[in-house]
Design a protein around this ligand. Structure first.
Ligand code: 13P
Ligand code: SF4
Length: 327
C-alpha cells in the first residue's frame, strides 16, 4: 500500500453540517460516483450510487462515466477500479482499509510459487494486490469462480490463490484438483461451528446461508453456499422466513431492505462475545471520511504503470467471461 499524508482523513468535519446533503452536493459538483460493498455500514450503503459485491463493483467501475470513483470498500477494490480506469481519479475513504486475505499472499512469494509450477493456469481471487494480479492469468470473484474454473479444459492444471477455503470448496464442487495457495480471510475463518449448530437447534426452521470463504465444517452444515450477492439473491427467492447468515454482517442491511418480512440472524464469531462478525478493515470507512474524501479528493489510489498494464489483462478476461456467462 502506498504512503500518503493521511491526516486529512480524520480532519474534523464542521459542526452541525448535514453530512448526507454535503456528500450529495460534492458528488454532483465533482461528477463523482460512490460505489459501496455490502460490508460497509448501512449509512454508506444507503448514500452510495451503487452497492454490490466484488464482481459488481469491478463491473460498475469499468463502465462508469464519472470523473472520480469513490470506492467505499477496501484497498484491493480501489486498486481494481484504478487498473480498469487508469485515467480516472480513484479514492478510498480510508487508505488503511486493507484485507487480511490479500495480505496472506505477498506478490514475491506467489510469483515464486507460480514459477515453481510451470504449465499451470494461474487463477487469483480478486482479493489480491495489483502485483499478484500481474502474475495471474484470470481473476475471479466468489460470484464467478466456479463457472470460470469450469470454463477451462477438464485436464487443465490450475493454481488457485489465495483463499484456501474458497479453493477447497471449488475443488469439491467441480471435481478439480487445483493447487491451492494457503491464505484465508480472518473474518470468514472466525465463524463458530458450535454457535451455528446451537442457533440451528434454537431455530430449526432457519436456513444457514454461508460464504465460501468460511472453513469446510461451517460450509458442510450450511443449506446454501454462495458469494455475498448470491446469498442476497437466495434470501429473496427462498420461501423460508428465517436465515442464519455466515458472512460479514453488513449484507444483512440490504437483506432486510429487500426482504422486509424475513428474519436474518448473524452467525457469531468464535472468540468473541459479539453476536455478529464484522470486517475491521471495511468498517474503517465512515460517513465523515467519505465527506473528507470527496472534499479533499484524497486519499487517492495509484498503481505502478508496468503492473497496471499486466494486471488489467486477467481482470478484463474475468469481465469478458462473466459477460459471456451473463453474470
Ligand atoms: P464477495 O464480494 O465476492 O462476496 O467477497 C466477499 C469479500 O470478502 C470481499 O472482501
Ligand atoms: Fe478481506 Fe475478509 Fe475483510 Fe473481505 S471480509 S475485505 S476478504 S478481510
Amino acid at each position: 500500500m502506498q504512503t500518503q499524508s493521511i491526516g486529512y482523513m480524520d480532519a474534523p468535519v464542521p459542526k452541525g453540517i448535514d453530512l448526507k446533503a454535503e456528500i450529495n452536493k460534492l458528488r454532483k459538483e465533482k461528477n463523482a460516483v460512490i460505489l459501496a460493498h455490502y460490508y460497509q455500514t448501512g449509512d454508506i450503503q444507503d448514500i452510495a450510487d451503487f452497492v454490490g459485491d466484488s464482481l459488481a463493483l469491478a463491473q460498475w467501475a469499468a463502465r462508469t462515466e464519472a470523473d472520480i470513483i469513490v470506492m467505499c470498500g477496501v484497498h484491493f477494490m480501489g486498486e481494481t477500479a484504478k487498473i480498469l480506469c487508469p485515467d480516472k481519479k480513484v479514492l478510498v475513504p480510508d487508505l488503511n482499509a486493507g484485507c487480511s486475505l490479500a495480505d496472506s499472499c505477498p506478490a514475491g512469494e506467489f510469483e515464486k510459487f507460480v514459477k515453481a509450477h510451470p504449465g499451470h493456469t494461474v487463477i487469483s481471487y480478486v482479493n489480491t494486490t495489483a502485483a499478484v494480479k500481474a502474475v495471474t492469468d484470470i481473476v475471479v470473484t466468489s460470484t464467478n469462480a466456479r463457472q470460470i474454473v469450469e470454463s477451462l479444459p477438464k485436464d487443465a492444471k490450475i493454481i488457485f490463490g489465495p483463499d484456501r477455503n474458497l479453493g477447497n470448496y471449488i475443488n469439491s464442487i467441480t471435481g478439480r484438483e487445483m493447487l491451492l495457495w494457503n491464505g484465508a480471510c480472518h473474518v470468514h475463518e472466525q465463524f463458530s461451528l458450535e454457535k451455528i449448530v446451537e442457533l440451528k437447534k434454537q431455530y430449526p426452521d432457519a436456513e444457514v446461508i454461508t460464504h465460501p470463504e468460511c472453513k469446510k465444517p461451517v460450509v458442510e452444515v450450511s443449506d446454501f453456499v454462495g458469494s455475498t450477492a448470491a446469498l442476497l439473491k437466495h434470501a429473496v427467492k427462498s420461501d423460508k422466513q428465517r436465515f442464519i447468515v455466515a458472512t460479514e454482517s453488513g449484507v444483512i442491511h440490504e437483506m432486510r431492505k429487500q426482504c422486509p418480512g424475513k428474519e436474518f440472524i448473524p452467525a457469531p464469531p468464535q472468540d468473541s462475545t459479539c453476536a455478529c462478525n464484522e470486517c475491521n478493515f471495511m468498517r474503517l470507512n465512515t460517513m465523515e471520511k467519505l465527506y473528507n474524501c470527496l472534499k479533499f479528493e484524497l486519499p487517492e489510489i495509484f498503481v505502478d504503470e508496468a503492473i497496471q498494464q499486466k494486471a488489467i489483462r486477467p481482470i478484463q478476461r474475468m469481465l469478458d467471461i462473466s459477460a459471456q456467462l451473463g453474470l
